[in-house]
Design a protein around this ligand. Structure first.
Ligand code: ZN
Ligand code: ZN
Length: 186
């Protein structure tokens, strides 16, 4: 849990900045990841703004060779945390109608854990690769070509696709540049 007590900072004037070093284990994709870096907290007129860059590594499955690998992530956080309690009077504060905004709890604890988790998930590549040059799996025998080579011949092109290729070609030649079709009047 990355929790910071901001009761002092909430009493400070607008623009006051405090920097915190983060070094905590956060559950990002199941299993803990050590998250490290620095986060700056700034007092704004209505909130505390958190901004910083953190680094971690998560275990992912390579989209090409399907092996597990450790993927480094940079997490750039920029979030606003709204207080739920007036730090001086202790009165509860009304929350603005903003979906999904982060809050500071009634003990003046600002918890970065959920923001770190969400930003880390966004930083995970859509098609993770264990290496930019990952050779992948042999489509015929399934052998991991990063670890061994096999004796399979290069796969012949799927005949269904080559038929489709001919169709597209013939269609283009028949119709010229403009695709011909019935347009529906709406
Ligand atoms: Zn791979
Ligand atoms: Zn093979």
């Amino acid at each position: 849990m990355v929790q910071i007590n901001v009761s002092q900072q909430l009493r400070e004037s607008i623009g006051a900045v405090r920097n915190y070093r983060v070094s905590e284990v956060v559950d990002i994709v199941g299993g803990g990841s050590l998250v490290q870096g620095e986060v700056g907290l700034m007092r704004s007129d209505r909130s505390i703004l958190a901004k910083g860059t953190l680094h971690t590594e998560v275990e992912l499955t390579c989209s090409r060779c399907l092996s597990l690998f450790s993927c480094p992530l940079s997490i750039n956080i920029e979030e606003e945390y709204l207080p739920t309690t007036d730090v001086v009077t202790g009165a509860r504060l009304p929350l603005p109608d903003e979906a999904g905004c982060f809050t500071i709890d009634e003990h003046n604890i600002l918890d970065l854990t959920e923001a770190i988790r969400q930003y880390a998930l966004l930083a995970i590549p859509m098609k993770p690769l264990c290496d930019d040059d990952c050779a992948g799996l042999c489509p015929t025998c399934g052998c991991n070509l990063n670890q061994a080579s096999c004796n399979c011949l290069p796969e012949p092109a799927d005949p269904r696709w080559s038929e489709l290729g001919k169709l597209v070609l013939a269609d283009n030649q028949a119709s010229g540049n403009e695709p011909k079709g019935t347009k529906l009047d709406r």
